[in-house]
Structure formats: structure tokens, C-alpha cells
Design a protein. Structure first.
Length: 603
């Protein structure tokens, strides 16, 4: 039983699920949307996947299958990960097999990247592969979840992510869904994951059937939302049921690797309902519609713009019905802006042993320019610092509205003395706030957190803050006042609602717990049903007749830092072009008569 799709009380009296049934009742099932799983391959022969498999959303970067570039994984249990992810998105409906995917009429592909050494150029190639055709890329991988490693995208991959949002989907932008990490049991923190801290990725965490955070999840303020996967310690509840290698099924697929594809499936429903949505529109929809799953879980707050936020939940749990309802009436957001403020630290700031160092940043550098932002989306801090024990450090950012984002928490396994070098940390927790005013960055040495760090009692300094750059992303509204207004309303169910007893809600003076409770009750009691979702207008499925065409000019890809994405992507594209020219042998070999109508590529 796929309880996460339809919970009628069998596991939770709250009937807590992803609310997909009203969407399916409107015949919104992922039609015309293409999702690709970047992983260890996809077994397209599986009974639940073969009818929805899309060869043009698939590629083998490991070269294991010669000229066919078939993304078929090696047949062992260690290489079933991508197949399981694919099943969550697009398992076929009504075939009495493993189960049903959330977007069971979407096209599903696999880009075989993992199962061996992975380079920056391979990652970049996979993230831009056929990006005018693929709508959503799902990535359930990143740095090791051991509480020690800090790693992120290389120069080429950073460029590829940016390129995808600028050029993918005919300029509307590729959607990159990323698992937020599974290092919770070893006190890992996703501030140490550079992929999660990209403005171009949507970081997804996991919750149980009761709405509690999954024990394996990693917190950080870059998490946008969560989905249901089950998996609480000591609980025997069946986890997500999905396809497996061959014609197998598995009933216990947990981790944020399970959560991210579920989110991708919901986004496929959203994109069928409104294919005109940009990558930023999708992120705004998440922020507006994600719901409070458990108001009693410690850590909830309300930011200066009225959004409920949490380090483990992000904005909350995704609700397919509510997202589709709002997508059908969504107005595109204003053009994207980026304001960069470099902070001069002369002299550098010494971090006392067991103490704190802070930097105040007056966000006025972009006022009156075409980079001025007065309604925030993402906030990033690029920081360099030295330290005697990296895991003892925590880094927090306080917005002018008083919202505190714990950008990096202590990690008890991280005994590295390497410090941070131009490391980018991110928060979505100031979403909608006005950025003007004083931002405060606080670096704290929590001496003794890491037992393996030998630190003498006579130690005077724990390190030094060397450089700081504040990056503000968002939009500009010429009619917005210069300063943040008192909180008179909060955002829930895609709309603003008056704050009860508004006079009480002066930030930093009263806790928001009762406001979170009100939001929870509102979201619980007004659950979207079929009648609440307008009948979507009929749209032509542009993916039925496919002309392979690249969405960008290779001459635009030379990186100023010296890394050349051109050569890597040109090789990939020429291979795809050759595949298109050679009688569609990939289609014929793995999809048979399920191929869509196609035309030859002339270029």
C-alpha cells in the first residue's frame, strides 16, 4: 500500500499524505513532462517503467554500453538506486505491478553518471544533457554523509547549473531537484553540501507518516521543503514502494534519495498544469504552498515576510493538490536580480578560543542601481576563514528583519583544520523579506564539540575570519517601502492571512509558536479537493514530435576562470546528434514500438 499517496487512516489518524488524488481526478498525471534521473542508471526493462521510458532523456556517461549509450545499470543490488528513484516518479498505473508513480504519465529517463569515478565535466554534461527537452533533473547524490566532508560543485558544474536555468526548457529554466542529505545520525549538516547551497537547486528533505523529521535527515536553511518517506527509528511502518532492477519491487526505499524523486513527481504534475512556469516560479510556488506537518516540532519560526520556516522542513511538506491549484493561477515573478556586497576586513577578524566574532554588513551598495533587490529570494554568504578545528565552528546570519539562519552548525566528526576557502553558504529563510538594513554574520567557536580535536587550555585564538561576501537574490518592486513593515499577516495555502492579535507580533519579543499552530490548523482544515482545482485548459503536447536541438550557443560557454565547458558539451551533443542520425537504434533497441514520432536532425 502506497500510504504516502493515499492515507485513509491506516497508519496515521491525521490522514497525512501528499494529496495527489484530487490532481489525478483532474486528469493531471504528468503528460508532456520529461524527468531524468541522474544516478547509476535506470532499468528500462522493468514492467513498471518500460512504457514511460524516454530514450532522449537518457545517456550513459560511463560508456559501458558502447555506441548505444544505454543507461542500463549493472545488474547488482548496489546499482538499483536510480531505478527506484525513477519508479517513484513514473511507475505505470493500473498494471497490477509494484505500484504507481506520482506522475504516472510523465516520460522518465536516466543519465548514468555514478558507479565509478565522477569528474566535474561529467557532472556538468549530465546536468545540461538535452536541456531543451528534459524538464526536471533529479540528483540524489552529493558529498559523503559522514559529518566530515565539505564538497560541492566544481567550476564546470556551477556553470552548468546556471546555464540550465538560463537556457533550459526554451528559456524557462531547467528544474534541478536535489536530495538534502542522509547524515543526520552522525550530526552532519547540509551547510557542508555545496550542491544543496546552490540557488539553482531545490533541496528536499524527508518526514515520516506522522510529520516528524526523518532521523537520517540533515538540517540547514537551504532546505526548501520535505516529502513523505517514512523511516522513524524503531518504527515498522512500510516505507515507499517502488520498482527495482529486473522486474523486482522493493517496499523499503527510504532516505532523502526517496524524498527528492517524490518531489520531482509532484513538480511534473505542476508543470503539466502550467508548463509556462519558470524555474523561479516553481520555487515561489513551493515557498507559498508547503504546509506545516507538525507544529509542535521545535525549531519553527516565522520570517519577516510571514513565511513559516524550519531548518529540517524548509517551508514545509509539499501538497500536490495545493501546488497544482496555485500553479493554474500563478502570475510569473518579476525579473531576477543579484546584489553583491563584498566586505572589507582590514585587519582580519580574530576568532577567540571558545568565543565569537561578528561582522555587520550594511546592505546599501546596490540602492538605485539595476541590481537593487527589495524582495528577497535566496541569500548567500561566501566566506573564507581559518580554524584549528572546523567541526567546532557554527556560522549564523541575522537578517535586518531579525530572521536567524544557522548557515553551518557544529559537526562532531569534522576534525579538519582546513577551514573554509570561498565557501558558499545559503539560506531561503529570508524569502520575501526586505533586505535593506544591517545584516550580521556571526562565527562561533564551540570548543570541545569535536572530541578528536586536541585543543590546549592556553589556546587564545581558534582561527580568523578572512573574507566575507553577501549575495542577495530576488526582485525589485518600485512600490515597496524602504523598510520592513511590522508583521500583520502570515502566508499559508498560497495566500496571506491576517495575524490574530497583530499588535502582539513584534519580532524578537514574542515567540511564533501560536502563529505556527494557526497555520497548521488552517492548512489541515482547508485541504484542497478535486472541486478546488480548476479544470486545466487543453494544451498541445510539444514533446510528441521531437526535434533534437541544443538550447545554447557553445561560444557562450568559455568560463572566465579558464574552465572550458564548450569542449565537454560539444562532445556530448555531437554524440546525441549521431544517435539521432543513426536510424534511432537506441529507440528501437529499448523502446520498440513505444517511440514517439521523430524527425531527423539537420545541423
Amino acid at each position: 500500500m502506497q500510504w504516502e499517496l493515499f492515507n485513509h487512516g491506516q497508519y496515521s489518524s491525521s490522514h497525512f499524505d501528499l494529496n495527489v488524488m484530487p490532481v489525478w481526478s483532474r486528469n493531471i498525471t504528468g503528460n508532456g513532462v520529461v524527468v531524468s534521473i541522474i544516478d547509476d542508471g535506470v532499468d528500462h526493462t522493468n514492467m513498471d517503467l518500460k512504457r514511460n521510458f524516454e530514450a532522449f532523456a537518457s545517456f550513459d556517461l560511463r560508456g559501458s554500453h558502447g555506441l548505444s549509450h544505454d543507461p542500463m545499470p549493472l545488474r547488482d543490488e548496489e546499482n538499483g538506486h536510480g531505478t527506484r528513484c525513477a519508479g517513484e516518479v513514473a511507475m505505470e498505473a493500473n498494471n497490477s505491478y509494484c505500484g504507481v508513480g506520482i506522475a504516472f504519465n510523465a516520460r522518465i529517463g536516466g543519465i548514468r553518471l555514478l558507479d565509478g569515478t565522477v569528474t566535474d565535466s561529467m557532472e556538468a554534461t549530465s546536468l545540461t544533457f538535452n536541456n531543451d527537452f528534459i524538464d526536471v533533473y533529479v540528483c540524489c547524490w552529493g558529498p559523503r554523509d559522514d559529518g566530515q566532508e565539505m564538497a560541492g560543485p566544481g567550476t564546470l558544474t556551477q556553470k552548468a547549473l546556471r546555464l540550465g536555468t538560463q537556457k533550459g526548457r526554451s528559456g524557462k529554466g531547467s528544474i534541478f531537484v536535489w536530495a538534502s542529505g542522509n547524515g543526520g545520525l552522525v550530526n552532519d549538516h547540509c551547510g557542508a553540501d555545496g550542491y544543496v547551497n546552490s540557488v539553482y537547486s531545490i533541496a528536499i528533505g524527508a518526514v515520516t507518516h506522522t510529520g516528524k523529521p526523518a532521523f537520517f535527515g540533515e538540517p540547514c536553511p537551504a532546505v526548501m521543503a520535505v516529502t513523505l518517506t517514512g523511516a522513524s527509528l524503531g518504527n515498522t511502518l512500510p516505507l515507499v514502494t517502488v520498482s527495482n532492477l529486473g522486474d523486482g519491487c522493493v517496499t523499503h526505499f527510504a532516505g532523502t534519495s526517496s524524498a527528492a524523486p517524490i518531489a520531482a513527481g509532484i513538480l511534473a504534475l505542476v508543470l503539466e498544469a502550467n508548463p509556462d512556469l519558470t524555474w523561479r516560479d516553481v520555487q515561489h510556488l513551493i515557498a507559498m504552498t508547503a504546509k506545516v506537518p507538525d507544529p509542535k516540532e521545535p525549531g519553527w519560526s516565522v520570517n519577516g515576510a510571514g513565511y513559516h520556516i524550519h531548518d529540517r522542513y524548509g517551508f514545509g511538506v509539499l501538497d500536490a493538490g495545493l501546488m497544482v491549484q496555485q500553479a493554474l493561477q500563478f502570475q510569473a515573478v518579476a525579473p531576477h536580480r543579484k546584489c553583491t556586497q563584498e566586505v572589507t576586513l582590514d585587519p582580519i577578524r580574530i576568532l577567540p578560543s571558545g568565543g565569537e566574532v561578528s561582522v555587520n554588513i550594511q546592505s546599501a551598495d546596490c540602492l538605485g542601481t539595476d541590481t537593487e533587490v527589495n524582495t528577497l529570494e535566496h541569500v548567500q554568504v561566501k566566506v573564507s576563514l581559518s580554524t584549528v578545528c572546523r567541526g567546532d565552528l557554527s556560522i549564523a546570519l541575522v537578517s535586518p528583519a531579525g530572521t536567524v539562519s544557522l548557515l553551518l552548525a557544529t559537526r562532531s566528526n569534522d576534525a579538519s583544520a582546513a577551514g573554509l576557502r570561498n565557501w558558499t553558504l545559503m539560506s531561503v529563510q529570508s524569502w520575501g523579506e526586505h533586505p535593506h538594513g544591517v545584516w550580521t554574520l556571526k562565527v562561533t567557536d564551540n570548543k570541545g564539540t569535536v572530541g578528536r580535536c586536541v585543543r590546549v587550555s592556553s589556546e587564545e585564538a581558534a582561527g580568523a575570519l578572512l573574507s566575507v561576501t553577501l549575495l542577495l537574490y530576488g526582485t525589485y518592486n518600485p512600490h515597496r517601502s524602504l523598510h520592513e513593515e511590522p508583521l500583520h499577516s502570515f502566508l499559508s495555502m498560497g495566500a496571506y492571512h491576517p495575524v490574530p492579535r497583530a499588535g502582539l507580533y513584534v519580532r524578537d519579543r514574542y515567540p511564533p509558536q501560536d502563529l505556527i499552530q494557526w497555520a497548521f490548523e488552517l492548512e489541515r482544515d482547508r485541504k484542497v479537493g478535486t472541486d478546488d482545482i480548476p479544470v486545466p485548459r487543453q494544451r498541445k503536447n510539444s514533446k510528441q514530435v521531437y526535434h533534437p536541438v541544443q538550447s545554447f550557443n557553445f561560444l557562450d560557454l568559455d568560463d572566465t576562470d579558464g574552465a572550458d565547458l564548450h569542449s565537454h558539451l560539444k562532445l556530448m551533443w555531437n554524440t546525441l546528434r549521431d544517435k539521432v542520425k543513426t536510424n534511432w537504434f537506441l529507440y528501437k533497441s529499448i523502446t520498440g514500438n513505444q517511440s514517439p514520432q521523430v524527425t531527423d536532425y539537420q545541423g
